[in-house]
Design a protein around this ligand. Structure first.
Ligand SMILES: C[C@@](CO)(OP(=O)(O)O)[C@H](O)COP(=O)(O)OP(=O)(O)OC[C@H]1O[C@@H](n2ccc(N)nc2=O)[C@H](O)[C@@H]1O
Ligand SMILES: Nc1ncnc2c1ncn2[C@@H]1O[C@H](COP(=O)(O)OP(=O)(O)O)[C@@H](O)[C@H]1O
Length: 320
């Protein structure tokens, strides 16, 4: 008999930006209630999952040296969680995960969450599971607040810890410039800093989410630009005062508006059109206010399989 090893599966998964991020008070479980609008961007990681005798995670590309490859890697946690869920041995899942990163690590763009979502989608295909995206999203929510959105992509309203997702119809494409900072920022540190700022004073709070939903449906980047907002921005800027200069430089270069993406320190600039975005990116890159600049569009779809290699038949065992 010819045993067929299932072919490796490669999944592309987008980064996110929060167009609106309203942060409530800290809850007894340490999380904060959020009302957020996520948008998935064309900046993407690629994750390949393959059957392997030597299980583990490999990471290449943007910030790879800052990503753990052991049990704490979010993609590996996704492998173990899905294995246990479908009755496989989580301690011996016989899977290798190769991550090619383009999303900045600890950048407020959900890079680790994206890799976890991609791993769930890749394994569902590799293991030929009959599992719906909603069932995967249940599992995703256990891995982190941002992981369910990375499965769905597009533009979506997130509530609860950010893990309850409702898609938002957004037919228009928006053009973004992303400025990566020199080092990442820890998400819990930024939430803690916001709690501290709120104890000592009254940092600005974003307006109502409904206005942002209207801005999105208008498709007019000028209208949307006026409505972008992030309660975590004051905290990120407090921990990284240089972000103030970066935000100013993007607007001076011609962006309609700039915000800190999620917990930062990446800054995201909404532009009128693609040509403006390319010009703003070039100017920002020359201004010495950040490490790297990227142009991206959104919304794009969530984690999806982009390649499955041909099955490799293993040679039959020959018995003498
Ligand atoms: C801030 C946001 C905005 O989209 O994104 P990032 O900037 O990290 O990409 C998210 O809320 C991050 O989501 P994610 O990175 O998945 O968070 P988790 O791993 O679940 O939580 C990490 C830590 O962040 C804090 N946290 C996270 C989510 C939330 N609603 N309240 C919180 O207080 C908690 O301290 C938690 O222990
Ligand atoms: N697959 C992964 N990719 C990136 N970071 C990961 C991954 N697994 C675990 N991490 C850890 O998660 C932390 C948060 O990284 P990331 O998800 O990129 O940022 P953010 O939460 O700001 O969006 C990093 O400090 C990193 O060490």
């Amino acid at each position: 008999m010819l045993a067929v090893v299932p072919p490796p599966v490669t999944v592309r998964v987008p980064a996110k930006v929060n167009l609106h991020l309203a942060v409530g008070d800290v809850r007894p479980d340490g999380y904060h209630d959020l009302v957020t609008i996520f948008q998935a961007l064309s900046l993407a990681d690629e994750v390949t999952v393959a059957v392997a005798d030597e299980p583990g995670v490999e990471v290449h590309g943007e910030g790879a040296d800052q990503v753990p490859t052991g049990a704490s890697n979010l993609a590996w946690r996704a492998v173990r969680l899905l294995a246990a869920h479908v009755g496989k041995d989580p301690d011996d899942p016989k899977v290798r995960v190769v991550i090619r990163k383009a999303i900045p690590v600890a950048g407020g763009m959900a890079g680790g969450s994206a890799d976890a979502a991609a791993t769930l989608v890749g394994l569902a295909s590799l293991w030929r599971l009959e599992i719906s995206r909603d069932e995967l999203a249940e599992l995703a929510g256990k891995l982190g607040a941002d992981v369910p959105f990375c499965l769905y992509g597009g533009t979506a309203l997130g509530t609860g810890r950010g893990e309850r997702i409702v898609p938002v119809l957004a037919r228009h494409q928006f053009h973004w410039v992303l400025a990566f900072d020199r080092r990442g920022l820890s998400t819990p540190d930024v939430f803690d800093e916001l709690d501290r700022l709120r104890t000592d004073g009254d940092p600005p709070r974003v307006g109502q989410v409904e206005a942002v939903l209207e801005g999105l449906s208008s498709g007019d980047p000028r209208q949307l630009a006026l409505l972008l907002g992030n309660d975590l921005q004051a905290a990120a800027v407090s921990l990284r005062p240089n972000l103030r200069r970066t935000l100013r430089a993007g607007v001076d270069a011609g962006a309609l508006a700039g915000i800190v993406s999620g917990s930062g320190p990446t800054t995201a600039f909404l532009c009128e059109d693609n040509d403006t975005a390319v010009r703003v990116a070039a100017e920002l890159a020359g201004a010495g206010v950040c490490r790297t600049v990227r142009v991206a569009q959104g919304p794009v779809p969530g984690a999806r399989v982009i390649a499955t290699e041909e099955p490799k038949p293993t040679p039959p065992e020959v018995h003498a």
